[in-house]
Design a protein around this ligand. Sequence first.
Ligand SMILES: [Zn+2]
Length: 494
Amino acid sequence: MPLATRVFVSMALAAFFASVTMLVMPDVGGLGPPPSVPDALSWVNRGVMQPLFLVPAVLAAVLYAFAKTRPLPHGLIRARSSLSPMGDGLSKTQRLEATRSAFAAQSVGADGLVLAELMVDAGVRTGASDIHLHPLKDQATVSVRIDGSLESLGTLDLAQYAQLINRLKVLGRLTHYVTDRPQDGQFTLDTATGNAEVRLSLLPTQHGEKAVMRLAGLGNEGPRLENLSLPESVRAQLTRMLDKPQGLLFFTGPTGSGKTTSIYASVAHLQQTRGALAQIATIEDPIEFSLQGAAQTQVNRAAGLDFATGLRALLRQDPNVLVVGEIRDAETARIATQAALTGHLILTTVHADSAPGVFNRLLEMGVEPSVLASVALASFSQRLLRKLCPHCRQPEPPTDEQKARLEAFGTAPAEYFIARGCDECGGTGVLGRAAVFEVMLMTDELREELKSNPSTQRLMSVAKDQGLVPLREAALKRARDGEVSLAEALRVSE
Ligand SMILES: [Zn+2]
């Protein structure tokens, strides 16, 4: 199809021709509104306009290509919104198929930059969290991770793949000639759906460098508390803590548990509620998302900038909110607790197994129990669970093994659900993810207990008396509510 061709879609015409879903018209200069039915019919009769018979996936691919490069005439707006990742017009399968066709059609002969854009765009449109590029002996595979599982998007020949990797290295400001050791970078790419923040990681393999592009944020709309599908109680607890003028807020959970997202969403909340009064500075490794109006600093160990030195430097600028990517050494822990004592609200992550476990980690790092007791506000432990597709969800009794585990936990029998897969969820049974939380809010009793340097078990038991709901119980509740499968809830209970 020549580039100069204008594309029009008319819902009325689609209905009239039944299977005609698109009309292609030679470029007659200017892009008007979609033609009326009589006009279009007369154009078809006179040979000015030629009907094209397309299956929906191809139509979607063409529209996608079209929408990428220019503003849409208003008749196409509806079609475009149904192609967007948030649009509910297409099921997950349809969206993935449309994206696959678009990728197959547009990747032919594309150079490195176009390929990079295509992929990021495909990731955005399918709602993927990351894009995996894997070189094999004869070709390279491209896949997207959607709701936690990898879906194939297509393949590239090795020459094109090499071009793409070179372009990604340029974008991520990585060393071009280094191919034998891992490299990490990041860049922002303008796509049809807005600016995408990409974290790039390259890893040498036997057939070349494997790349993972993690999509961290889109446009100006970063993570928001209201979009995290937090239980209402957790959201209320978190926002109450964020209103405090000073103190330490801890987030913990394994890699990929969404704790960084929670921190970014919290910062967005602070910016919203405090406005210009929020002087926010961060020290991160890596910076996963650009925060407008915040001073973000990237850890650079080669240049002697680690969390501790970075944090000390930030404090000289006297921000009132600080994000410290991670506390994992005594020095950072000491500076952070001191800062929290002197009028700073600090959000940070600590590696621990549970919300109370965070405190033992800090005590192990040599933080004074009494200091910790006075500066800690709360600790949030979280995991991401794959949500059941509501379209194909059905009740399913627990297996004997699951029953035994539930009994061991002392959980009362209940109804649970599974999803076997349908068109809406691409046959996976999964649609979206939900964060499950264990929240430990500091109370006078917990502060008192903390001063005596307690074990994690002891702290957990006091916290439970003070209202803490353990992660396992929070996850099992989500399973009983039919939001996640029992297997998924039990997975985080180990
Ligand atoms: Zn389904």
